[in-house]
Write a protein that binds this ligand. Structure first.
Ligand SMILES: [Zn+2]
Length: 133
C-alpha cells in the first residue's frame, strides 16, 4: 500500500506568497475572509477586520487596545495548529472599579469596563488582552 502525503500548507509566515494554500474562506463577524496565517489573528472592530501578530515561543501576550479587542479573535495559533475563534475571559480590573466609583456603584453590577483576556482553546496559552488602564 502506498501513502501519499499531500502538503498543501506552508507554515512559513514570512513568505507572503503562500496565501494560495487557503482553500477555504471563513465567516467572521459578518465578513467573509481568508483564515489568518500561522502566528497571526484577525481582530474585529466596528466593521473593520485587522490582522494582529500573535506571541511566539516565550513572548508575553500582546496588547490589543483600549476600546478594541474585547470581542473574540479568529486566530491561527503559533504554538498549536488551532485555527478558529479563541476563548475570552472578562476580568474585573482597574477600569471596572474606577467606573464603579464614578457611577456610585451602578456599573459594578454590569460587565462594563472589564478587561478581556484571550486564550487559545487548544493549548490554553494567553494570546492577547485588552484593557483601558
Ligand atoms: Zn494554541
Amino acid at each position: 500500500m502506498r501513502f501519499k502525503r499531500i502538503v498543501y500548507r506552508n507554515d512559513d509566515s514570512y513568505n507572503s506568497n503562500d496565501w494560495h494554500y487557503n482553500h477555504f474562506n471563513i465567516l467572521f463577524n459578518d465578513t467573509i475572509t481568508l483564515p489568518p496565517m500561522k502566528g497571526t489573528g484577525l481582530l474585529y472592530y466596528k466593521g473593520e477586520i485587522e490582522e494582529v501578530i500573535l506571541p511566539k515561543w516565550n513572548e508575553p501576550a500582546i496588547f490589543l487596545g483600549a476600546v478594541k479587542g474585547h470581542l473574540p479573535l479568529y486566530i491561527n495559533c503559533f504554538h498549536c495548529d488551532y485555527v478558529g475563534v479563541c476563548n475570552i475571559e472578562r476580568k474585573k480590573g482597574v477600569t471596572h472599579y474606577l467606573l464603579g466609583l464614578a457611577t456610585f456603584g451602578v456599573s459594578m453590577c454590569t460587565t462594563l469596563g472589564t478587561d478581556t483576556h484571550h486564550y487559545c482553546p487548544c493549548c490554553l496559552r494567553k494570546v492577547g488582552y485588552a484593557k483601558l488602564f
